[in-house]
Write a protein of this length. Structure first.
Ligand code: DAH
Length: 344
């Protein structure tokens, strides 16, 4: 009897010993301890054993069974630990490696220029205003003394959405909105930075670009105020040595009107490629607000006068930062934009 148990026990322990992985171990467990397993079968032979020998038999079988259970458990534990170790090994992180860099964003050159202009004009008591980019013909043209069929409309070949609505071609549109919207008809001092649209597309013109407009309306505003303000503005943006030149021009909403040039900051007026050998760079449109514009928008031109100017922010940013193609400002290439980080 003992031999039989001993034989089974040895065989069982050998099987456990030879089980190479968790699956084999489980198969061995079923084969030995399962419902149809060898130990279970051994137990079932109890009834054929003489009564007085049964306790001893039972004890021996139990001992064998417990040893098998314990051996399986030990091996199972070993294999599980090996699996865990393998997983840990495969997920190992080398904390001494340099970490991947967090990329820092940078301010767009146009925003830099806009913020610089806003800071300057706010310090002089101006409001910073906005207007809709989808504008009506009325504000974009009519109320600026550009009635239907006016030849000056051609210069601003436009994106019409309906016959009444267009993408604004100039931030000047906000002049009319402010004048008309000012219920007290009192003094105005505002700048309007914003996007504008025209049907143009080449290295120096984009179909979408940015302007900043300025409007000052008060009693006794004269050309001297315009000239002084533009001098402060341009010297601040392009350097103290910058000189201004006013050339007579035509805009329907100002009279008299001027094109304003600045001395070339690259060659200091000597003549170079940037200024096309002239020493001057054309940068602004400006003038004394046309009495018709004041009148049309509810101001009495005998009581009030004003000046206005408008300039392309893209051009200003290009000059300031030496950018040669306006389209670079709109492609959002990180390699281009990140260069301006170093300018702080
Ligand atoms: N709106 C003009 C343009 O886009 C620029 C301009 C000229 C604005 C004269 C003004 C001004 O306020 O007085 O070409």
């Amino acid at each position: 009897m003992d031999n039989r148990i001993e034989e089974i026990r040895k065989k069982a322990l050998k099987q456990i010993e030879e089980a190479k992985n968790l699956q084999n171990l489980e198969l061995a467990r079923i084969k030995l301890l399962g419902r149809k397993g060898e130990i279970t079968a051994l137990m079932k032979t109890m009834k054929d054993i003489p009564k007085e020998k049964r306790p001893e038999f039972g004890e021996l079988v139990n001992q064998a069974k417990n040893q098998i259970i314990s051996d399986i458990a030990k091996k199972e534990e070993k294999y599980k630990q090996e699996l865990i170790n393998k997983k840990l090994e495969s997920e190992r992180i080398d904390v001494t490696l340099p970490s991947s860099k967090v990329k820092r964003g940078s301010k767009h050159p146009l925003n830099r220029v806009i913020e610089e202009i806003e800071d300057l004009f706010v310090s002089m008591g101006y409001d910073v205003m906005e207007g809709p980019e989808l504008e009506t013909d009325e504000y974009n043209f009519e109320r600026l003394n550009l009635p239907q069929g006016h030849p000056a409309r051609d210069m601003q070949d436009s994106f019409y959405i309906t016959t009444e609505h267009l993408l604004r071609t100039q931030t000047s549109a906000v002049q009319a909105r402010t004048l008309l919207g000012n219920k007290e008809k009192g003094p105005i001092r505002e700048i309007v930075p914003g996007k504008t649209y025209r049907r143009e597309d080449d290295a120096t013109h984009s179909h979408q670009f940015n302007q900043v407009e300025a409007l000052v309306v008060d009693k006794d505003i004269s050309f001297a105020d315009l000239k002084g303000t533009l001098e402060i503005f341009m010297k601040h943006m392009l350097g103290e040595n910058t000189e201004l030149r006013f050339r007579p021009s035509y805009f329907p909403f100002t009279e008299p009107s001027y094109e304003v040039d600045v001395s070339c900051f690259k060659c200091n007026g000597k003549g170079c490629n940037l200024c096309k050998k002239t020493g001057w760079i054309e940068l602004l449109g400006a003038g004394i607000v046309h009495p018709n514009v004041l009148k049309m928008n509810g101001y009495d031109p005998d009581e009030y006068s004003g000046f206005a100017f408008g300039t392309g922010l893209d051009r200003l940013a290009m000059f300031k930062y030496g950018i040669t193609d306006i389209r670079l400002l709109y492609e959002n290439d990180v390699r281009f934009l990140s260069q301006f980080d170093r300018m702080d």
